[in-house]
Design a protein around this ligand. Structure first.
Ligand code: FES
Length: 139
């Protein structure tokens, strides 16, 4: 298996695919590294209609609340493609679930010091288990 960074990536099983309703979000807590220190970070997992699972940060940079798993899943035309999106349940910003890029600022700015775009995590579904690529080798 190829990972983003063989030295520092672990595939952590977070749930079964069938634990995730399609087109709904779910939150998971994963080990992370923040400024070089071990931390736990909330990720928002989304199972699409085709059973692809995508993961972005649970933290909404516009409302500063951990709410994106409760967002509304949809699609939006970007260039020539329909891309899967989530809209924040707070102020309706729309994010590309594949890249984390904020596609619609909804007239707002993120809270100070935060990027409008979301972090993403690589996800694999193996034997019906959802595995997230997390930082560090200890998980
Ligand atoms: S844990 Fe940070 S807002 Fe919920």
């Amino acid at each position: 298996m190829t990972t983003l960074d063989e030295r520092a990536t672990t595939w952590l099983t977070v749930c079964g695919l069938d634990d995730l309703p399609r087109e709904r979000g779910a939150a998971a807590l994963v080990p992370d590294e923040v400024d070089g220190a071990a931390a736990l970070t909330q990720v928002a997992l989304f199972r699409l209609l085709d059973d692809t699972v995508l993961a972005v940060q649970q933290h909404d940079p516009f409302s500063d609340a951990h709410v994106l798993a409760r967002g509304i899943v949809g699609t939006r035309r970007v260039g020539e493609q329909d891309v899967p999106t989530v809209a924040s349940p707070m102020h309706k910003q729309v994010f590309d679930l594949r890249t984390g890029v904020c596609l619609d600022l909804a007239g707002k700015q993120p809270v100070a010091g935060r990027s409008p775009d979301l972090r993403t995590w690589d996800v694999l579904v193996v034997d019906g288990q959802v595995r997230v690529a997390v930082a560090g080798g200890a998980a």
